[in-house]
Design a protein. Sequence first.
Lengths: 413, 413
Amino acid sequence: MNAEIICIGTELLLGHTVDTNSAYLARELAELGINLFHKSTVGDNLNRIVSLLRQAWNRSDVLILSGGLGPTQDDLTREAVAELLGEPLEFREEAWEEILSYFRKTGRSLPESNRRQAMFPASARMLSNRLGTAPGLFVECNGKYLFAFPGVPRELIGLWEEHGRPFLKRLLSETGHPVLTSKMIRMIGIGESAMEERVMDLIQNQTNPTIAPYVGKGDVLLRITARGNSEAENHRRIDEMYHRVQERLGEYIYGTDEETLEEVIGRQLTAKGWTLATAESCTGGLIGHRLTLVPGSSAYYLGGVVSYSNRLKTDLLQVPESILQEYGAVSEETARAMAEGVRLITGADVGIGVTGIAGPDGGTEMKPVGLVYYSVALSDKTVVEHRIFPYDRSGNKEAAAQAVLTLLWKMLR
Amino acid sequence: MNAEIICIGTELLLGHTVDTNSAYLARELAELGINLFHKSTVGDNLNRIVSLLRQAWNRSDVLILSGGLGPTQDDLTREAVAELLGEPLEFREEAWEEILSYFRKTGRSLPESNRRQAMFPASARMLSNRLGTAPGLFVECNGKYLFAFPGVPRELIGLWEEHGRPFLKRLLSETGHPVLTSKMIRMIGIGESAMEERVMDLIQNQTNPTIAPYVGKGDVLLRITARGNSEAENHRRIDEMYHRVQERLGEYIYGTDEETLEEVIGRQLTAKGWTLATAESCTGGLIGHRLTLVPGSSAYYLGGVVSYSNRLKTDLLQVPESILQEYGAVSEETARAMAEGVRLITGADVGIGVTGIAGPDGGTEMKPVGLVYYSVALSDKTVVEHRIFPYDRSGNKEAAAQAVLTLLWKMLR
């Protein structure tokens, strides 16, 4: 079964509104195991809407329309569906009653233009909308299905949950469709193409489950998707594939599904009963910000120092003046002294230190923009690494934070 | 001139990624005055991509493609464009050199599969990508234009700014299109509807320039857009409207166009010759991160302390133990002591302190989740304010950072 999403509204083509409806519907369809091959956006123009609907009606089994059901002259979804079906629009008393009662409930007066919202193509069913004035619309015709929902996300979600999802779920089970289950594997410390090479044979010989690479934000991802008669059967298939991936890429896997690196680090620290403190120079606080995005992080994260100036490095972090003079603020020695210093002054079990040149200025031939030294200090050892990142200021800061958290994650394993 | 945007990638059809590229490009096209009638998304399937490209190439003058330029077997944009043009793919030595040098710079090894990224349709031009490995692609054919950009937002924006926008701008002016110029007015400390009410007559009576409200991220925006024969003419129109807006909303305006609040604060500090230090609790480093996103911020931002634990508040920031015991860590008194403490220990001219309950846990009846006290300390006075934010953990952190930076901006005026 193939579905298609069509968003209707000129505001989407002006970029005033970021469309979240279609990503929501896409996720919902994927969870139901319905293929989505096309997603389109079209402005408030009857000819263009109808032409797009004809094409979609031709190639897909389920059409989901978002937007264009409001009361204004710009709202053309009802007209377009009527034209697609070759049917007249007719006034529905029951829809009008519902709109009237919604207005009464909210104590607002009802403009005459709202009568348009009670017009339906002859064969369409009305979908009640308890969260707004625009009823939805449903058409079944020759084994094809069309849903039209209002574009307001809250109302669209409401109508989808009440009408769209249950209908399609029933339809799928009646027609003997399989259940779809998936799991995302999250990796760090390896590039996308190097990761893919190690599992290329699995990707190419995939049938069920399928396995596909994704680019994450600072991590690389593999999604395993199984299709079967039950969730339990799918989980068995996924587990088996997960173990095969783990054999080849286990050292890079830090989490699954929606887990973040900072959450995983939080669990590692909690398991060891350790506390953490940070000494940030070029990242300016970003590492602390990420660590504290995790609910309950105050149990293991003590805080730390943003030592943007050299004076804060010596005064607060006790980095020896001589190190700064001999090796410079961006050096292996300074990164080490920062990590060990913040560990010492806060009494934390683990200290982090990061120093680098985020750019765009401040680079030299020996120390170019993007050069970052980062360090993790434990009670018995301190590790320092360095990298040269090629990004802009913001990208270099993000990459530096990700690099030191990756090192920390490895050392806590 | 009509443009069309096509996003390529199965991940977009699974809803894993919310597409922000097309809204960005839509705004950019609107600013150039280029019509956008269609926006589509298609998965990593060669036939479907080619069929969509054929249709778009037929009905639009400018095609902008996003995604599908990576090194994996799933990345099919190069193949699809070659098929659209009826041309073979050829290996481009100069593209390969560029990819090689990017990898060398980042010190990573280069998998053989990346050679795919150096393949181009015969008549396509390569667009250098300094922010990633995937070069872009440009085709000009019978008065039609096709741009293909990588799907990573940072890289897409980079290539658009360097190649796409300047090319189209030149093309428009050469073909005698009216020039479009716009200016964004950025405000804080006022809500969207309150702002709109004060300029409703200007919005309703607009012709040229037009004026339209936008929702920002932590700020509220008004965009003025003029259409004329020259930039100079447009600027005169815009300036006149800007002054009318300023008369009514001047006290809330902190900047224009792409200016950020932290940039404006940086200029305020530089003008006074003052330095700044931060003491962050619930924001965890986010304020330092934002301040250090500004190039050159090391000239006025000294750094500070992330005092997530109480011990760091007393040990590093010298917040009296008695204040924490009597009033608690989330209190007016603690926020004040943090701002004054960090000012003292760093020797900065200005100190910031923030303490609050980001949630989702940790709230009480007296001190609910979302309660934040924030303070700015100058040499002659310290101001403390508090707010109760209704967001999730991440949203409350962001709102708290924005609130204290707003207070700082006001106090530096």
